[in-house]
Design a protein around this ligand. Structure first.
Ligand SMILES: Nc1nc2c(ncn2[C@@H]2O[C@H](COP(=O)(O)OP(=O)(O)OP(=O)(O)O)[C@@H](O)[C@H]2O)c(=O)[nH]1
Ligand SMILES: [Mg+2]
Length: 216
């Protein structure tokens, strides 16, 4: 019982901080997407490509979350975009308060869109709202097509599913139609894009979606 109450308190405190973040986004007319996946599905690669492709159209900033290192922030900065690293030192998700502090270090007045790359983890981040306008879950074809069924909460709470690494189809056992069916059963409004951040296949649809999302 005590642990249940403690978890509720943590989530309530997180929601308060998330509200601060959403007020900040509103103040600066910024859209924010929270990007969630297992480690290595391709989040940073997708974000880097997206930033490059939308240069001159959308000004993007990135909050990076990892247990350790600023390796992903260094990769994003190579694109010229503003990025800030949060090291969680063991926690498997980002909290809204951590994101609030990180946002103070981004040039918000110059941005239209902030991506939050959450800690690589298909479970914990789904419980913690960060003040985002939408959630993106990335599933790569190398991870197996049973993931929506096994990790339903993350897929149920997402707005967009990016099925990444479609260049590997044929070399891995991955039934895209199963993933689509299972994910849509959990969330009939989920928008699904099949992409390869390596070859750029399918990415134009994702870019077009983002342009509309930021304008809307
Ligand atoms: N074949 C293939 N490899 C990819 C693709 N996208 C990313 N990768 C590779 O997958 C590996 C992991 O990519 P990252 O972008 O670092 O993945 P991540 O989700 O950011 O990883 P974490 O931040 O550690 O959770 C790298 O070696 C990428 O080059 C893709 O579409 N196809
Ligand atoms: Mg990454």
């Amino acid at each position: 019982m005590y642990t249940v109450n403690l978890k509720k308190k943590i989530l309530d405190a997180n929601e308060e901080a998330a509200f601060k973040n959403s007020r900040l986004f509103h103040q600066y007319k910024i859209k924010c997407l929270n990007v969630i996946s297992s480690p290595g599905s391709g989040k940073t690669t997708i974000l880097s490509r997206t930033i490059e492709a939308l240069k001159g159209k959308i000004k993007i900033g990135v909050v990076e979350g990892d247990l350790k290192t600023d390796l992903d922030t260094q990769k994003i900065k190579k694109t010229g975009a503003a990025a800030i690293q949060i090291e969680t030192n063991g926690a498997g998700h980002l909290s809204a308060e951590q994101v609030y502090e990180a946002l103070q270090n981004l040039p918000l007045a110059k941005l239209n869109l902030v991506f939050i790359e959450n800690v690589g983890n298909l479970v914990c981040p789904s419980d913690f709202v960060l003040g985002e306008h939408g959630r993106v879950v990335v599933l790569s074809t190398a991870e197996g097509d049973d993931k929506p069924a096994k990790y339903p909460s993350t897929f149920a709470k997402a707005d967009i599913l990016l099925i990444n690494k479609i260049d590997l189809l044929g070399n891995v056992d991955f039934d895209t139609s199963r993933v689509r069916a299972d994910a849509l059963k959990l969330n009939k409004n989920l928008k699904i894009f099949e992409i390869s951040a390596k070859t750029a296949a399918g990415l134009q649809n994702w870019y077009d979606y983002l342009l509309g999302f930021v304008a809307g």
